[in-house]
Design a protein around this ligand. Sequence first.
Ligand code: C2E
Ligand code: MG
Ligand code: MG
Ligand code: MG
Length: 272
Amino acid sequence: YVKNIGKNSWQIFEDNVKKRTYDDFELEQDLHFAVDKNQLELHLQPIMGQDEKDIQLAEALVRWKHPEHGYIPPNVFIPIAERSGIIHQIDQFVLNRTCETLHYWNNKSLTITNNVSPKRFLRQSFKDNVMDTLKHYQVDPNQIIFEITETTLIHDYEIVNKTINEFRNIGIRFALDDFGTGYSSIAHVSMFNIDFLKIDRQFIQDIHKHQKNQAILRGIMNFTKELEIPMIAEGIEINEELNFLRGLNCKYFQGYYFAKPSNLDEFKNLLR
Ligand code: C2E
Ligand code: MG
Ligand code: MG
Ligand code: MG
């Protein structure tokens, strides 16, 4: 993971991680102030369509720039945020910045996905918060996709199904993230109205060399095709992986092969 990252701030932080004797509790203390102190940033990573031409889709990925420790990876602070409840603020920050960006750029052909933590998804106030935010920034719900994981889907079926459908009725679409990991169940794909399926990087990595993963991907492609659920392959790093996925007629591609997540200025340059 680290070796593919290169010489940006991520690598620097990975070095810090090894050195630091900083525990989760201290990190949680600092995380409490991260939103108010403007330490969070919205980064965007393009998701390419089959023609690989203009970028019409991107995933929002939050970044925490710690004043002393530099960029801290989401894999470190998101679990802490989920445990402590700070995730509500973080995910709301990401939605705010997403909507603000769409409004400010006035780009009607760009759709942005947001990762939604299960805690936030299941909260009573979630729908109102989202509606208020869209209204405030005058954003078309069609330009927002929520990425949820199967950890969300395993909660109360009635509630989860109702929430998904309410959002879909106003035009917000859903992607099932990290498919193939965790509580994966093919039943989820038929139980809920999902618009996109995101295949976890675990299956994509060196796919050209792994016959078992090829068989799994072929199977997933077959049923998603019949169900008319487009597949997004994440974590594509090399041409061989891309070629294999193209051969399967995969619809969307995301990964360092195309672009790493970048800040808004850099992303805007990518759009040109
Ligand atoms: P995810 O939603 O599955 O996001 C994809 C992750 O894969 C991102 O990691 C992205 O930077 C990384 N990635 C993309 N292409 C490649 C590639 O070619 N190679 C490799 N090695 N990695 C690639 P990131 O940004 O570190 O985020 C990690 C996880 O943290 C996300 O996984 C998501 O679960 C969570 N996360 C990130 N931002 C948010 C957020 O705003 N809210 C919530 N609730 N969770 C978030
Ligand atoms: Mg995601
Ligand atoms: Mg994912
Ligand atoms: Mg993930």
